[in-house]
Design a protein around this ligand. Structure first.
Ligand code: GLU
Length: 299
C-alpha cells in the first residue's frame, strides 16, 4: 500500500509552495487508495516552534487534507534517533567531526553544489571514535546513486559532490535532519516522499543513509517550486503567501485549492474546488515539472 507523508519544519507559515507539496502528496496517496501521514520536523530546536507547527496543522485541515494516524513530532523521537546512531556506530560508519563552521568555510575548495550546498570535504574522516556526545558524521561509500523520480524520471547524483558525509548529530546536541528524516520515513513505513525540488540535491545522500540503516527505499517525487509573481523564492515568514494572508485579501481556501489543483495538472483552469474533487484527476504524468508563479493578483 502507498504510504505518503508531508513533513514540514515548523519554522514559519506554510506558503503556497509548501501547500502545493502537501496537496500533491495527499492526492497521490488518496488516488492510490493509500495512507497519508503528517510529520512535524522540529528537531532543529531553536528554529522550530510548536505554535508554528499547530498553525501549519490548522492550514492543512482547512484545505481538507486529512491524515491517517497521529501527527509525529520529531522533538519527541530522540530515543529512536539515538538507537539509529548506535546501530550506525556498531557498523563502524560514524566518526566525530570537530570542524567548526569557520573551518569548513576556510577548507572549502570544492565548488558549491546545487542550492549553494558545500560538500563536507572529509577532514575528520579518519578521526577515532570519541563517544556519542560529539558532532557525528557518517562515512558514505563512494560512487553515484540513481533513483527513478516520479516526476523527473531517472536521476543520478554523487553525494560526494553535493553534501559529502552528512552530519547526523550536532555539537549542540540536536539530531540532524538527514538522520531524523530517514529514521522516521522507515519507522512510519513511508513508501513515497513528495517534496520540493530544493531538496532534490540531498536525496542521494539520504538514500545512502537509508542503506546504512538497512531501511527500504521510498519512491521520490521532487516538485517544482512556487515562486512569487516577481520570480522571487517564497519564504515562511508571517504575512508571506499563506492561507491567512490570502484570506485577509479575500481569497478563500476553495480558490486556493483550485489554483493549486490547476498547477498540478488536475484542472484545465483554476476554479474553486475541494481537495476531494481533485483525487480522480490526479496523475503524476500530468504534473508539470517546472516552477510555477503565484498569481499576480495574490501578491
Ligand atoms: N522538513 C523538510 C522541510 O520542511 C522537508 C523534509 C522532507 O520532505 O524530506 O524542508
Amino acid at each position: 500500500m502507498l504510504v505518503g507523508r508531508f513533513a514540514p519544519s515548523p519554522t514559519g507559515i506554510l506558503h503556497l509552495g509548501n501547500l502545493r507539496t502537501a496537496l500533491a502528496s495527499w492526492l497521490s496517496a488518496r488516488a492510490a487508495g493509500g495512507r497519508w501521514l503528517i510529520r512535524m520536523e522540529d528537531v532543529d530546536g531553536p528554529r522550530c516552534r510548536r505554535d508554528w507547527g499547530e498553525g501549519q496543522l490548522r492550514d492543512l485541515a482547512a484545505l481538507g487534507l486529512d491524515s491517517d494516524g497521529p501527527v509525529v513530532w520529531q522533538s519527541e523521537r530522540g530515543p529512536a534517533y539515538r538507537e539509529a546512531l548506535e546501530r550506525l556506530h556498531t557498523g563502524g560508519g560514524l566518526y566525530p567531526c570537530r570542524c567548526t563552521r569557520k573551518d569548513l568555510q576556510l577548507l572549502a575548495s570544492a565548488p558549491h553544489g546545487e542550492d549553494g550546498l558545500r560538500p563536507y570535504p572529509g577532514r575528520c574522516r579518519s578521526r577515532a571514535w570519541e563517544g556519542f556526545d560529539r558532532a557525528l558524521r557518517i562515512r558514505l561509500p563512494e560512487g553515484p546513486v540513481g533513483w527513478a523520480d516520479r516526476l523527473l524520471g531517472v536521476q543520478t547524483d554523487d553525494p560526494a559532490a553535493l553534501t559529502g558525509d552528512p552530519l547526523l548529530f550536532r555539537r549542540d546536541g540536536c539530531f540532524a535532519y538527514h538522520l531524523a528524516v530517514v529514521v522516521d520515513d522507515g519507522a512510519q513505513g513511508v513508501t513515497e516522499v513528495v517534496r520540493g525540488a530544493d531538496l532534490r540535491s540531498v536525496t542521494a545522500t539520504q538514500i545512502r543513509v537509508q542503506e546504512a540503516l538497512g531501511l527500504p527505499r521510498p519512491a521520490h517525487a521532487h516538485l517544482g517550486l512556487v515562486v512569487a509573481p516577481d520570480g522571487r523564492r517564497l519564504g515562511k515568514r508571517a504575512g508571506a503567501l499563506g492561507l491567512d494572508a490570502l484570506a485577509a485579501r479575500g481569497i478563500p481556501a476553495l480558490d486556493i485549492l483550485g489554483w493549486l489543483g490547476w498547477s498540478l495538472g488536475c484542472l484545465e483552469r483554476p476554479e474553486p474546488c475541494r481537495a476531494g474533487d481533485l483525487i480522480g484527476e490526479f496523475d503524476w504524468a500530468r504534473v508539470p515539472r517546472d516552477e510555477v508563479r503565484a498569481p499576480e493578483t495574490w501578491a
